[in-house]
Design a protein around this ligand. Structure first.
Ligand code: NAD
Length: 504
């Protein structure tokens, strides 16, 4: 495969790894009391650091610290001007530390350094600016429709919020949660993925300079230990979770015991529907971007590529030719298009779908193997299969890697049926220049987001989230305001009431 790895045995770490990683509580590093967990750099497969897990006791300390700040300090009542100033300072701290944050993100995730610097970091910084701008316009409600009364609806911060992040894009995803939680006056406890804590720990340490003590605490560790202690803690008022659907179910069950409201940003198996009426070259570019960006590890990947019969053979052939030329390799190299998979276990899981595809009668079109040569990094060939039908496991299960499945369709009706025949419902992509087709298909899609003639386009003002097993609730300007605040209704009579007099 022409575009794939050359000799890779000399890959360097993106940055001198921190010897040991710990959480933050009360603006101080916390010496966690749990076990040590090794962390590996996906580019070499070598252990680079050790994380100290935070136990239930540490989580309790983090929650008490956040609760104290929320209840006893002026944080939740800060003026909007002051809060905007703080959010803007957070943004500036990120932009002033692009290089280090980006290299730490690369060290944890194996994402391509060029893309982290070009997109992820700017998105992380923008999340703070976006919520600063949002709160400058936020307002309550007032009703005087009922004669003699005025009723006000205030929004107050929800309290202490637990934020649980995945490993695939830690900075971009966790900052959406942090920025929105603090913009609305909450105190937050962040739990990064135990596989990719570096960049978020650095971010938390930077933000300690501008955030009062206890506003952002960070705990580390495995989901069933640290994550579960956070979710089950009675002192936590909200849980915002991004991760897999199976984990999401457990989190909701734990949170349900305390009736803690949750938002769930979960998995996807999104259909990328390409009509013969599409701009052909753009649709090919879009399909490649849709499945291979972010090393293929994205919830919104267009992983089921549905193509209208008339253009099917030609489209698949060109897609496969382009895939063969994709440069897989060192995430520090500017030419690289796909870097390593984030962990050995995940790489093996992705590759297991090659066997599943064979068992289900799919045809392997390209890729399908580990690409390691002398390097132990977690590299795999970008892969595509021709699915026997939409029932194949490659079409029904989230693979979460650079792995596409092709299916053909011959009518709009068939495209709709195939696209909606999934337990997920995060995103649908439509490629067509025919407006009635675009309108009809958009309306029929059972997904929270529809992108037409474009790869990922995240409008932060609009809700983002999924139908079915892709999630519960939404993230976005207004959606976050609703989630991170409590509504309080205050009714006042305009004049003294003439009250009924019991017992008189
Ligand atoms: P994961 O579910 O394994 O872990 C996510 C986080 O949850 C981690 O921090 C983990 O430690 C924690 N966790 C695990 N068990 C827990 C428990 N019992 N209680 C509390 N916390 C627990 O997911 P992942 O493998 O890190 O991420 C990949 C998944 O995330 C994919 O399914 C992907 O689709 C999904 N994802 C969704 C979105 C979205 O916006 N919808 C975005 C990115 C990733």
């Amino acid at each position: 495969m022409k575009g794939l790895l050359r000799k890779m045995s000399v890959f360097q770490n993106p940055i001198e790894p921190p010897h040991i990683v710990k959480g933050w509580i009360d603006n101080k590093q916390n010496n966690g009391s749990g076990i040590e967990i090794p962390i590996f750099y996906p580019g070499t497969g070598k252990q680079v650091s050790v994380l100290i897990e935070d136990s239930e006791e540490d989580v309790n300390k983090a929650v008490l610290s956040a609760r104290k700040t929320f209840e006893k300090s002026s944080w939740r009542r800060l003026s909007v001007e002051k809060r905007i100033e703080i959010l803007e300072s957070c943004r500036k701290l990120i932009l002033d530390n692009i290089e280090e944050l980006a290299r730490l993100e690369c060290l944890g995730t194996g994402l391509i350094l060029r893309e982290i610097k070009g997109f992820h970091i700017h998105r992380a910084a923008y999340n703070f600016r976006f919520f600063a701008q949002y709160i400058s316009q936020a307002h309550g409600e007032r009703y005087d429709n009922t004669e003699g009364y005025i009723t006000l609806v205030n929004r107050e911060p929800a309290g202490v919020v637990g934020l649980i992040a995945p490993w695939n894009a830690p900075l971009a995803l966790a900052t959406m949660k942090i920025a929105s939680a603090i913009a609305f006056g909450n105190c937050a406890i962040l739990k990064p993925s135990e596989q990719t804590p570096f960049s978020l720990i650095k971010l938390a340490s930077l933000l300690q300079d501008v955030l009062p003590e206890g506003v952002l605490n960070l705990v580390n560790g495995r989901g069933p230990i640290t994550g579960s202690s956070l979710v089950s803690h009675p002192g936590v008022d909200r849980i915002s979770f991004t991760g897999g659907t199976v984990t999401g179910r457990k989190v909701m069950m734990d949170a349900g015991k305390q009736l803690t409201p949750c938002t769930m940003e979960l998995g996807g198996k999104s259909a990328n529907i390409i009509f013969a009426s599409a701009d052909y070259q753009r649709a090919i570019d879009g399909a490649l971007i849709g499945i291979f960006s972010n090393n293929g590890q994205q919830c919104l990947a267009g992983s089921r590529i549905l193509i209208e019969e008339k253009i099917f053979d030609q489209f698949v052939e060109e897609f496969v030719e382009r895939t063969k030329k994709i440069v897989v390799g060192d995430p520090l190299n500017d030419e690289t298009e796909i870097g390593p998979i984030a962990s050995k276990q995940h790489m093996e899981r992705i590759l297991s779908f090659v066997e599943k595809a064979e068992e289900d009668g799919d045809k392997l079109l390209v890729g399908g193997k580990r690409h390691s040569e002398e390097n132990n990094g977690y590299f795999i060939e970008p892969t595509a299969v021709l699915a026997k039908s939409n029932n194949s496991r490659t079409c029904q299960e989230e693979i979460f890697g650079p792995f596409a499945s092709f299916i053909s369709f011959s009518s709009e009706e068939e495209a709709i049926n195939i696209a909606n025949d999934t337990e997920y419902g995060l995103v649908s992509y439509i490629w067509s220049d025919h407006l009635p087709t675009i309108m009809r298909i958009s309306e029929e899609m059972r997904s929270g987001v529809v992108w037409v003639n474009t790869p990922m386009m995240r409008e932060l003002r609009a809700p983002f989230g999924g139908y079915h097993n892709s999630g519960v609730g939404r993230e976005g300007g207004y959606s976050c305001e609703q989630f991170y605040t409590e509504e309080k209704t205050i009714s006042i009579p305009k004049a003294p009431l003439n009250l009924k007099k019991f017992g008189k």
